[in-house]
Design a protein around this ligand. Sequence first.
Ligand SMILES: NC(=O)c1ccc[n+]([C@@H]2O[C@H](COP(=O)([O-])OP(=O)(O)OC[C@H]3O[C@@H](n4cnc5c(N)ncnc54)[C@H](OP(=O)(O)O)[C@@H]3O)[C@@H](O)[C@H]2O)c1
Length: 266
Amino acid sequence: MTSDVSRDGVVLVGCGRLGSAMLEGWLATGAVAARDLIILTPSDKPVANKAGSKGARINPPLKALGEAKTVVLAVKPAMWRGALGALVSHLNPEAVLVSVMAGVRAADIAAVAGLPVARVMPTTAVAQARGVAAIWSQDARALTAAQALFTSVADVAPLEDEGLMDAATAVAGSAPAFIYAFVQALAAAGEAQGLSPDAAARLARGALRSAGAGLETGEGLDALVARIASPGGTTRAGLDAMAEGGDLARAAETAVRAAVERAKSF
Ligand SMILES: NC(=O)c1ccc[n+]([C@@H]2O[C@H](COP(=O)([O-])OP(=O)(O)OC[C@H]3O[C@@H](n4cnc5c(N)ncnc54)[C@H](OP(=O)(O)O)[C@@H]3O)[C@@H](O)[C@H]2O)c1
């Protein structure tokens, strides 16, 4: 089933890592039908070609953009002014813009386009319809269009304030890397307890997969912890030790703060 946002036409500007991931998710879930898509991409992209074979238009004459009511900006933050500037005069006056670009303020985009803007910060797991996306707009139409694009490919978390976008990026976009780093530290700790490097790495990766499987049940984190940590048991001992030193909370806080500070410096 396709949504209204699809039937009103969607332009995807940029088909790199994130653009391709969104496209894959939309095609897989039917959130946007290929025939309702216009894809603008300077170079050939496999996912765009796949969409093209199902009816999407790739780099059509710019007057075609006037048919679309939603324009998704997925170019690098350094490129957006040039990319959008070339399109503005061809856009539908009733279109809304959905920017997935990190660190580019909605007001700056709106000033160039003269159209309402929503900001979304998704993860590339939207390709598998298992992403997470922070979303913000002060315009109701733009917010609705952005929600329609992302609800079927991500868990959508609305933000009250655009200023929270950087924190959301740290806690969602960057955080998988923080978690991988913790898993590496777990493997190293396992080696310190005598496991071979191979066994430690496989066990730690397996632990992450198992944790992910637990999350997929939809249970809350406290309930998931309680399933594993029985009172007086080994897991409880490890959790208590982590909580007592405060190191885990401190590491998470330090990583998120550093990522937010870096985002603000761009
Ligand atoms: N990757 C992520 O996980 C992620 C997550 C959240 C947000 N973001 C945001 O998403 C945006 C894209 O990131 P990315 O990682 O996907 O970068 P990327 O892989 O470099 O993709 C950017 C794409 O934009 C294309 N492009 C450049 N100029 C264009 C133009 N004038 N018209 C149309 N397309 C144009 C490039 O085409 P060519 O390949 O032909 O040069 C490239 O494929 C960034 O603003 C980033 O902040 C990314």
